[in-house]
Write a protein that binds this ligand. Structure first.
Ligand code: HEM
Length: 397
């Protein structure tokens, strides 16, 4: 029997590859072939995914975890996470850093930011209107809004966007050659260490100033934490806004429901997060002991690849999982992961999406694609799956 491997080819830009559903038909946890030949596990079931992500018996450390997909320059286990890269640490190291950040990303704090998010969104809608149709929604709208917000939170000048957007794109691109990846890391490191030094001298009200002033982290750790937040904080939300709009334009009956009942946008955002599951490869974890998951014995040292797109379409958790239903009530999706590494920026992303989608649809009631849907470029070879650009138009036909 040939074992499944990732990534799999997709049949269309909205549904996970059919191969994932076939794997799930075999069971929620099935053997998988990793690029270095390791025989690990593919997790497609919702309950099994939650169980693993919440379990202290599974590690997220790169030196224990196999690479799920083949990337230039490395397909096996990684090296130890550099100081400050808390997203790839286990407790207590992970806890020590994450607890310094949580207050910046709570529901309350994000609510306080809502009016700022609305202003930035409206500004960009005004600019789109002034520019006139057609336009690329990624560059005119979806990318700037989360980029400005994460810059303001961290204290990074937005004028540096070209540099950090380009570097992040290199880091997220699974085809990037090692020399380009190294150059992107050092470019981001250079940008943020200069900034950390400046904030030490002249602190402002932002995450980097607080971290350098707090004395809990070394300067090297502060720089890495800032890189993680800056990189994770814009490309993900940008892709979700743009791919979410693409999905709605291709499901006009669902779009009409939101237009008829604007408060539905909150549920619609959760449903788009579930339905599209843009974090489409992994996360991966490594077993620290022999563990029985959904009847399968996962041995100590085995890597598990948890497929969020598959778990989010699991029929044992969701009614009609393959349907986009913007009014869906029971929606315990895993688009932001689960457990201790669950997305730190999820409340921020939610507000960006609710405000962004809601206001865009209100401002341009006849927004539509400017090209045939098949011509919209979609990227699969990247950490977050979604449109590369989204040509849209409005007004006179
Ligand atoms: C972690 C998805 C937006 C920061 C994660 C994880 C997922 C995810 C699935 C868990 C990874 C794992 O378990 O290994 C998303 C999606 C987003 C989004 C779909 C947008 C729609 C953001 C934003 C930020 C952010 C706006 C802002 C800072 C982070 C960080 C982590 C993380 C720092 C690592 C947390 C930790 O390890 O403790 N995200 N994310 N994300 N996300 Fe997000």
């Amino acid at each position: 029997m040939t074992l499944p491997h990732l990534p799999m080819d997709r049949e269309n830009p909205f549904d996970p590859p059919a191969g994932l559903a076939s794997a799930r038909d075999e069971g929620p946890v099935v053997p998988m072939r990793f690029p270095d030949g390791h025989r690990g596990w593919l997790v497609t079931g919702h309950a099994a995914a939650r169980e693993i992500l919440a379990s202290p018996l599974f590690s997220n450390r790169p030196e224990l975890t196999r690479s799920i997909v083949s990337v230039p320059g490395g397909t096996g286990v990684g090296t130890t996470a550099p100081p400050g890269m808390f997203s790839r640490m286990d407790p207590p190291d992970h806890t020590r850093i994450r607890k310094l950040l949580t207050r910046w990303f709570t529901v309350r704090r994000t609510r306080e930011l809502a009016s700022r998010i609305e202003r930035i969104t409206d500004d960009h809608l005004d600019r789109m209107a002034a520019h006139g149709p057609p336009t690329d929604l990624v560059h005119a709208f979806a990318l700037p809004i989360p980029s400005i917000l994460i810059c303001e939170l961290l204290g990074v000048p937005y004028a540096q966007r070209e540099r950090f957007q380009r570097d992040t794109a290199v880091l997220f691109d699974l085809d990037s050659q090692p020399d380009r990846v190294n150059a992107a890391w050092s470019s981001l490191g250079g940008l943020l260490s200069a900034l950390a030094r400046e904030k030490r001298l002249r602190p402002t009200d932002d995450v980097i100033s607080e971290l350098v002033g707090g004395g809990d982290l070394t300067e090297q750790e502060v720089v890495m934490v800032a890189i993680v937040l800056l990189a994770a904080g814009h490309e993900t939300s940008a892709t979700m806004i743009a791919h979410g709009i693409f999905a709605l334009l291709r499901h006009p009956e669902q779009l009409a429901r939101i237009r008829a009942d604007p408060p539905l946008v909150d549920k619609a955002v959760e449903e788009l997060l579930r339905y599209l599951s843009i974090f489409h490869i992994g996360p991966a974890r490594s077993a620290l002991a022999d563990v029985l998951v959904a009847g399968q014995l996962v041995k100590r040292g085995d890597t598990v690849a948890i497929s969020l797109p598959a778990a989010n379409r699991d029929p044992s958790e969701f009614t009609n999982p393959d349907e986009l239903d913007v009014g869906r009530d029971h929606n315990r999706h895993l688009a932001f992961g689960h457990g201790i590494h669950q997305c730190l920026g999820q409340q921020l992303a939610r507000v960006e999406l609710r405000v962004g989608l809601g206001r865009l649809l209100r401002r341009f009631p006849d927004l539509r694609l400017a090209v045939p849907a098949e011509d919209v470029p979609v990227r699969g070879n990247i950490a977050v799956y979604g449109v590369q650009s989204l040509p849209v138009t409005w007004g006179q036909r």
